[in-house]
Design a protein around this ligand. Structure first.
Ligand SMILES: Cc1ncc(COP(=O)(O)O)c(C=O)c1O
Length: 382
């Protein structure tokens, strides 16, 4: 049996007929499967009008699919429209005014996590930043120094969208728990690319969405909330799909669902749920370990070629420190992205870095094309 990676899956992503796509850290490529899922949604809507029972069932299917992907139970998963919505409802459940008031965030958090943390300053919270060393790593001691008995929540990011650095999330969770704090791992840049198991990681909350390595579109995200925490966390940012009985339509009180669904909100994002199920389906069909191994081999080729070009790789390369995203320092990253785009090579830029991100559909020929183009634009590399 051939693994469903590389050439075996590429034909399902039509963009590769004309483009070298290496930008899954921004948006996964569109598959025929996801296009078909959207068409199925439209066809059902057209044929039946309101298909609410079926649509709600699809939301539950998405909840279950994400739960299986990260080793959680479906009742530990909230279905949301974005990580922002999930994290906002999570922090709304923390009694920051009365009890532990600190939120610790790594410097690699996506803007939304940092901004939501700082918004809690209006409720009396204090936000503590954990900063990386000049080599791009965040030593665990930095977290140990920042987290104390006043800390309510430690936010870390499994793989940095800025540098591709992969953090030892399990150790961060251990440090948080040693001091009685909760731990959130934003895993948006990891889900679908590297194996994730909430039990092995030991985190309390794990977030991800479908836009990137889960191969679907904007408007669908998930948050795992570990069992044992549900009852003590009462989100004040809520909505009717978080109620214990959605169809009772009762406005006389606040009675959230007993499980992680209490972090859901309003009407589920049905079209994106169709797409999300299809995207996650491809990842599951290929298998995350097979994807990781395939990408690992391509990444080794890429890094070797970058070394030959004497380029500066910003992503730390130690064992377990690098995932699907390789960042290369550029004197003008926007110009470099544009120059590559002119050759039909899609990448992206963050800070001073060119981001090259690989997924199951990339092949050696993509790496060769990228390296040849970078050699031509060597003047833009540092
Ligand atoms: C690490 C990370 N977190 C969160 C997001 C997005 O958050 P939201 O779903 O709120 O747009 C992204 C990318 O867009 C990301 O890379």
């Amino acid at each position: 049996m051939t693994d469903l990676v590389g050439e075996a899956v590429r034909a399902r992503f039509p963009i590769f007929e004309h483009t070298t796509y290496a930008n899954s850290c921004s948006q996964g490529a569109l598959s025929v499967d996801v296009r078909r899922a959207y068409e199925e949604y439209l066809a059902g809507w057209d044929a039946h009008g309101a298909e609410w029972e079926h649509w709600v069932e699809r939301a539950e299917a998405a909840r279950g699919a994400f739960a299986r992907l990260v080793g959680a139970e479906p009742d530990e998963v909230a279905v949301t429209t974005s990580v922002s919505q999930a994290v906002s409802s999570l922090v709304s459940a923390l009694p920051l005014e009365r009890e532990r008031r600190k939120i610790v965030i790594s410097e690699f958090e996506f803007p939304t996590v940092g901004q939501i943390a700082h918004a809690q300053e209006l409720r009396g919270a204090e936000v503590v930043h954990v900063r990386p060393e000049p080599d791009g790593r965040i030593p665990l001691e930095r977290f140990a120094e920042a987290v104390d008995e006043e800390t309510a929540l430690v936010c870390c990011t499994a793989i940095s969208y800025r540098t591709g650095y992969r953090l030892d999330v399990a150790e961060v969770a251990r440090i948080a728990h040693e001091r009685g704090a909760l731990c959130l791992a934003d895993s948006y840049q990891a889900a679908g690319a590297v194996p994730l198991d909430v039990n092995a990681l030991g985190v309390d909350f794990l977030t991800a969405g479908t836009v990137k390595y889960l191969l679907a579109s904007a408007g669908l995200a998930f948050m795992v909330v570990r069992r044992g925490l549900h009852e003590r966390l009462l989100p004040t940012q809520t909505g009717w799909f978080a109620d214990e009985d959605i169809f009772r339509m009762d406005i006389s009180d606040y009675s959230p669902a007993p499980d992680a669904r209490r972090f859901d909100s309003g009407t589920p994002p049905v079209p994106n749920i169709y797409a999300g199920i299809a995207g996650i389906g491809i990842v599951v069909e290929a298998g995350v370990p097979a994807i990781e191994a395939h990408v690992g081999a391509l990444r080794a080729r890429l890094l070797a070629g970058l070394d030959e070009l004497a380029a500066t790789v910003a992503t730390p390369r130690g064992e377990g420190e690098i995932g699907p995203l390789v960042c290369v320092v550029s004197s003008d990253p926007d110009a470099l992205v544009a120059a590559l785009a002119a050759e039909r090579i899609v990448t992206s830029a963050r800070d001073a870095n060119l981001r090259i991100s690989l997924h199951l559909y990339n092949v050696e020929e993509d790496i060769a094309r990228i390296l040849q183009a970078l050699a031509r634009h060597r003047a833009l590399l540092v």
